[in-house]
Design a protein around this ligand. Structure first.
Ligand code: F0G
Length: 457
């Protein structure tokens, strides 16, 4: 490359206006939302970094593909196109479309888990954990120790602690129906898993006769990190690396709302005939016929095309670099940021940022709410509110208190990101003023989505 500047590898053909608001109107909107940014109206948000899920911009080719959607109830052409793309990428025998990732999780877990089951992973994401706990089973996080220290730099902080996995399988293997690995590790900071680690996990699974499933939401970003950071991988294409990642597994759950570059959709894929047959029966019960699984034919087309576009190297270079760009600005100003930055998001370390707010007073909520009122930027807490409440009703500090600034794919430009950096720095400058929060109302499962808060005096 002759020039240093990495530009957005697209032109913009259609735009959507954003609404400018004032700190006063935002303070009112947030109060009315019970001080939970999930309950805001999206229109009242200036830059929405709540999630990278389903919030990306589709390409002209994807919009074009929508018109090609075959809406036949059974056996639609769009299903076969979707299935072929997924099979070419993953190599899995059975491809079961679902309306999003969590539907794939629910179907898989209801099919294979019993009450005493344990499902190990590097780190389960919230819906994955909740779907396991909903089956009265246990979700066990076995990420490497480095993956739990926000300030520590390590190329593959999403790696599984293979020794811990081996011990679990030695001691309680009869309770483990499958092993999962989340690529990239979202709850752990969007951190990648190396091929070497996946191979080691595969070997342990083979030794113990356990199937390995990937939670593949951000497989392309993971593949690109492998290309950048793992020895001997630099000359391979992201696609070849992704194919090798899948070849090490026996199945996957996938949210196409991330690296499927689609606004909705997902799939469950696997090699096991019996599990696939049971999964399809459950699918028919709640999602739909096996050739559409709760999606329209046009969604299947958009996903098929998205799965191809996402592996484009110029896209992945821009994607990973533009996230890193935001992190660099924050790090340069001394803001505690989880390092290295993830593929889809920059994670602020709220526990380090607000030492005056103990974890059970939710420093992540203090940062999210502060950022929204300050600048109209919406982020999400990935911390004690999300992970601190246990099935037995007790509450402990989450593993970390992070605030995730998730970057929707192909949506914001560099000036939006410059604004976000400025907003975080403004909040950082007055961090000493921020106080803790208390939950006044919350459900028992997935409380972060709907909890209502009150500021502490
Ligand atoms: N697994 C991971 C690693 C995820 O990040 C998500 C969703 C899911 C599974 C569930 O997929 O939303 O399609 O049902 N993560 C979104 C997020 C919601 O904001 O990180 P879904």
């Amino acid at each position: 490359m002759r020039f240093q500047t990495i530009i957005e590898p697209f032109r913009i053909k259609s735009v959507e206006a954003i609404k400018f608001t004032t700190p006063e109107t935002r303070a009112t909107a947030l109060r009315e939302a019970g001080y939970n940014v999930f309950s805001l109206r999206a229109e009242d948000v200036l830059i929405d970094l709540l999630t990278d899920s389903g919030t990306g911009a589709m390409s002209a080719a994807q919009w074009g593909a929508l018109v090609q959607g075959d809406e036949s109830y059974a056996g639609s052409r769009s299903f076969y196109r979707f299935r072929d793309v997924v099979q070419e990428l993953t190599g899995f025998k059975h491809v079961i479309p679902t309306h999003q990732g969590r539907a794939a999780e629910r179907i898989l877990f209801h099919t294979v888990l019993g009450r005493e089951s344990i499902v190990p992973s590097n780190t389960h994401f919230d819906t994955t954990r909740a779907n396991i706990e909903f089956e009265q089973a246990e979700a066990r996080d076995l990420v490497i120790a480095e993956g739990r220290v926000p300030s520590l730099v390590h190329p593959f902080k999403g790696n599984v602690d293979v020794g811990a996995l081996e011990r679990l399988l030695d001691e309680q293997g009869d309770r483990v129906p499958l092993v999962m690995v989340t690529v990239t590790n979202n709850s752990g900071g969007g951190q990648p898993v190396s091929l070497a680690n996946l191979r080691a996990v595969r070997a342990v699974c083979t030794k113990h006769g356990k199937p390995l499933f990937l939670d593949a939401c951000r497989f392309a970003e993971n593949a690109y990190f492998i290309k950048l950071r793992e020895e001997g991988q630099r000359d391979r294409t992201p696609k070849a690396i992704a194919q090798e990642m899948f070849s090490l597994a026996d199945g996957c759950t996938m949210s196409a709302k991330k690296d499927g570059l689609a606004n909705i959709g997902g799939f469950l894929a696997m090699n096991d005939d019996a599990w696939a047959a049971s999964s399809r029966n459950l699918l028919i019960l709640t999602e739909g016929f096996p050739t559409y699984g709760g999606l329209a034919g046009y969604d299947l087309e958009a996903i098929a095309r998205g799965l191809e576009e996402v592996l484009d190297e110029s896209y992945l270079r821009y994607r990973i670099r533009s996230t890193e760009y935001l992190a660099e600005k924050l790090i340069a100003a001394g803001v505690p940021v989880l390092q290295p930055p993830g593929g889809h998001a920059v994670y602020l370390d709220a526990r380090a940022l607000l030492p005056q707010v103990p974890p059970l007073q939710y420093p992540g909520i203090a940062v999210c709410n502060g950022l929204y009122v300050e600048a109209g930027v919406r982020a999400v807490e990935i911390g004690t509110v999300m992970f601190g409440l246990h099935p037995d009703g007790t509450e402990t500090p989450g593993p970390m208190d992070l605030v995730r600034l998730a970057i929707p794919r192909r949506v914001y430009t560099q000036s939006h990101i410059d604004y976000v950096a400025e907003a975080v720095l403004a909040l950082f400058a007055r961090r000493a003023e921020l106080r803790g929060w208390r939950i006044v109302e919350a459900p028992k499962l997935l409380r972060h989505f709907t909890a209502r808060f009150e500021p502490l005096a």
